[in-house]
Design a binder for this molecule. Structure first.
Ligand code: SF4
Length: 336
């Protein structure tokens, strides 16, 4: 990956992570051999359709998977130390203080019967051992940081607009001074103007606090606003991983290309938005070979039998047989 973060030490290393979900005795593989590195200050978007594995990947890192999740292989390291991701109690000290999450739908995530200052102060008391007075002062400071006047801290969630509630969620996520923020579709329920304001706020906080950001989204247009890098996921695997410029200017994977073509572009004058044919794969009975082959306009015979490897091609990673010979060229050049 050729970006300005390359020289910094890894903050987070996800190495060959595979997670299954058990349901009524049947196991389905939600993510399969996911590997990536995240550095301080870097922002990466996890993009894909429902069931692509983006939320499972991010929640595995945060130690917030549902009880029916099973880690079948791989590990996650934070600042070089292995995280006990398969141990709920072991992950408790890491949650919120190293990695925290801004959930979508703030109205559901906030407690309707408590004032917002109390809700932001709570993790400061529990995790940082602050007194009630210190925690309330920290909560008011955080409200100002996310653009809410501190005297609004006495409000209940229903007294705030959707955008302000989402700002409160961001303040709560920052309470224990984490170095990684995960945004789980943080702007999904908001109108476009408020969405732009929240994305701008996330981008500003990231640079001000040197935060790393993992943004989960199915909306590629959101990515351009606040990410350096994009990882496209399909059927639980990363299929393309590059900088925003690489992904948008010259997407290599056919799925990425189709995702980009499905973004509405009023400037183009086209009235028809292209959709991706077919349905996302059934993870209990996934297609053989490349899981995208039943929907891929470029599929070849090899695609039905052989799973493409995630290879480095021209400075980014891509998993597609169309690029296999270029990946081999890159390998030879690297060893020359
Ligand atoms: Fe399409 Fe084959 Fe590439 Fe899969 S490996 S994306 S089916 S060309």
């Amino acid at each position: 990956m050729t970006d300005c973060f390359q020289s910094r030490a890894p903050l987070l290393e996800v190495d060959g992570l595979s997670v299954d979900y058990g349901l009524k005795g049947v196991l389905s593989r939600a993510i399969d051999g996911v590997s990536f590195v995240l550095r301080a200050g870097q922002s990466v978007a996890l993009v894909g359709e429902s069931g692509s594995g983006k939320t499972t990947t991010a929640m595995a890192v945060a130690g917030l998977l549902s009880p029916n999740a099973r880690f079948s292989s791989g590990e996650v390291r934070y600042r070089g130390n292995r995280l006990p991701i398969d141990n709920d109690a072991g992950m408790r000290p890491h949650r919120w203080s190293e990695t925290s999450v801004v959930f979508q739908g703030a109205m559901n995530a906030l407690n309707p019967v408590h004032r917002i200052v109390k809700q932001i102060a709570e993790p400061c008391i529990m995790k940082l051992g602050m007194s009630r007075g210190e925690a309330a002062a920290r909560a008011r400071e955080l409200l100002e940081l996310v653009g809410i006047p501190s005297d609004r801290g006495a409000a209940y969630p229903h007294e705030l607009s959707g955008g302000m509630r989402q700002r409160v969620m961001i303040a709560m996520a920052l309470a224990c001074r984490p170095s990684i923020i995960i945004g789980d579709e943080p702007t999904t329920a908001l109108d476009v103007i408020t969405q732009a304001q929240i994305l701008k706020l996330l981008a500003e906080l990231r640079s001000q606090l040197n935060l790393a950001l993992i943004l989960i989204t199915h909306d590629l247009s959101v990515v351009v606003e606040c990410c350096d890098r994009v990882m496209i996921m399909y059927a639980g695997r990363i299929v393309e991983d590059g900088t925003v410029a690489q992904i948008f200017d010259k997407p290599k994977h056919p799925y990425t290309r189709l995702l980009i073509e499905s973004i509405p572009n009023p400037a183009s004058g086209k009235r028809i938005i292209r959709s991706i044919p077919g349905d996302p794969p059934n993870l209990v009975n996934r297609p053989s070979g490349c899981a995208f082959h039943p929907r891929c306009p470029s599929a070849m015979a090899v695609c039905t039998t052989e799973i493409p490897r995630l290879d480095t091609v021209g400075g980014e990673r891509v998993a597609c047989h169309l690029h296999r010979s270029l990946a081999l060229d890159d390998k030879v050049a690297a060893h020359a």
